[in-house]
Design a protein around this ligand. Structure first.
Ligand SMILES: [Mg+2]
Length: 286
């Protein structure tokens, strides 16, 4: 799961808000592209780092309090600073010493996709009420708007539906729409802004229209715009269900960053999550 989130993120990051010709020329899964911020090809961004933070919080089994969650975000950032965060949040995370300090200065009024992009791991929480509550608390920390929260909830419910096999994939959008009381689309075909609602429309679209990791990844990027978030969420979701064929080229696995918090670390977290939640190994190709 985290491995696939990172692959979607790192591949998508090379195309995030890029010009159309770059997508037309290079979106064929043959290579990671360099990110416009200058990160080396194969590096993941904030989407994965914050998903790691959520995964670690689930593994730590601490109280699901805003202070602990904020601590988790600050810790994941400080030990491995990386670009890709919204400018304001990057500065805040750099400035603060811990979660309490972050909470004291954060203005959580964003309706962007920052809460949604880190919500795939929350679907592993078996009890739906607990999952909803945990998802809401973490979303409200940074995105305390109806759009910020409902987009995060949609991602968590999609993850939950797939990992616990609650029904056929063809019913995914219907299930998530009912649970979140929001009409999600599976025919999104416009460029995706850095916006929670649009991001989930795009994710539902690629999850509904394809049954293969490779097609999901290509389509996510082909939409244009904030494609690393769409690709990260969608590939993470796909990895939770055997209904999706694990058919990414091997070099996307071997080419993913290998540092302290790279591929091995992501695999290790996936394995620990699998054990904790009693689920089959959470990665198609691990
Ligand atoms: Mg990103």
């Amino acid at each position: 799961m985290l491995v696939e989130i990172a692959i979607g993120d790192a591949y998508g990051a090379g195309f995030e808000f890029c010009e159309r010709p770059k997508i037309a020329q290079y979106n064929d899964l043959t290579a990671y592209q360099q990110h416009y911020l200058g990160m080396p090809a194969g590096s993941y961004t904030d989407d994965t780092q914050m998903s790691i933070a959520i995964a670690e919080l689930l593994l730590d089994r601490l109280d699901w309090s805003p202070a602990n969650i904020a601590d988790g975000f600050v810790r994941a950032f400080k030990r491995d600073k990386r670009l890709g965060y919204a400018k304001g949040l990057y500065q805040l995370l750099s400035d603060v010493a811990d979660g309490a300090a972050l909470l004291a200065i954060l203005r959580p009024d964003s309706s962007r996709n920052g809460a949604a992009m880190r919500s795939v791991p929350l679907g592993l929480v078996k009890d739906q009420q607990t999952m909803e509550q945990q998802c809401r608390v973490q979303a409200q920390l940074t995105h305390n708007t109806p759009e910020g929260v409902v987009s995060a909830m949609a991602v968590a419910y999609a993850s939950h539906y797939l990992v616990y096999q609650l029904g056929p994939v063809a019913q995914l959008t219907t299930f998530v729409s009912e649970k979140t009381k929001h009409a999600w689309r599976n025919d999104w075909d416009a460029e995706v802004e850095c916006d929670g609602i649009q991001t989930v429309h795009a994710v539902m679209t690629v999850m509904s229209q394809h049954r293969s990791y490779a097609e999901i990844l290509r389509h996510s990027v082909a939409l244009g715009g904030d494609v690393d978030s769409v690709a990260a969420i969608a590939l993470g979701l796909a990895s939770l269900s055997t209904a999706y064929q694990s058919d990414l080229p091997e070099h996307l696995y071997t080419g993913l960053e290998q540092g302290r918090y790279g591929m091995s670390y992501l695999r290790e977290l996936d394995a620990r999550l699998s054990a904790q939640f009693g689920l089959p190994l959470l990665a198609g190709n691990s």
